[in-house]
Ligand binder design. Structure first.
Ligand SMILES: [Zn+2]
Length: 155
């Protein structure tokens, strides 16, 4: 995780609250899932293969879930901040952040959960993180507040 700019305190949260599984170290075809551990159970972070992109994606999911456990008062403001910047970025031209803006435009229609009546904010958070492999230099500054709680700015 440190290779992909995770903050030491974010790594500590993940190591404290999660269990990690890699099913096939011999493949990098991808895929994974993170199951939030309810009622004090550890969050299960499953990587189907050793693909780094899947790893940072699932770790970002897990960190977003763990924000709820570790700092519940921060979760709602963080969600509001993420969605506000996400919606703004989805309306902008590519500018200097083509990967992020392209993802935001794409998710504007696919990340609204009709059933729950809300954005799939955990998926938005994890997908944008893995889209740029957790490199905040490739994210518009509006995202730095939310992602800066999980990531350090690379030198
Ligand atoms: Zn995901």
């Amino acid at each position: 995780m440190r290779q992909y700019h995770f903050r030491p305190d974010a790594v500590a949260v993940l190591m404290r609250n999660c269990v990690f599984e890699v099913h096939d170290w011999g493949s990098t075809s991808g895929g994974g899932v993170a199951h939030f551990g309810r009622d004090g159970a550890p969050t299960r972070v499953v990587m189907h293969t050793a693909q780094h992109e899947a790893c940072v994606h699932e770790c970002a999911h897990a960190w977003w879930y763990e924000l709820e456990r570790e700092r519940p008062a921060r979760k709602d403001p963080a969600v509001a901040e993420l969605i506000a910047v996400f919606r703004l970025q989805s309306l902008l031209e590519d500018g200097g952040y083509p990967v992020i803006r392209q993802h935001c435009r794409q998710f504007r229609t696919s990340m609204w959960n009709e059933e729950l009546g809300r954005w799939s904010h955990d998926e938005i958070f994890a997908s944008l993180a893995s889209a740029v492999m957790c490199d905040m230099r490739r994210m518009p500054v509006g995202f730095h507040g939310v992602y800066g709680e999980m990531l350090v700015m690379p030198q």
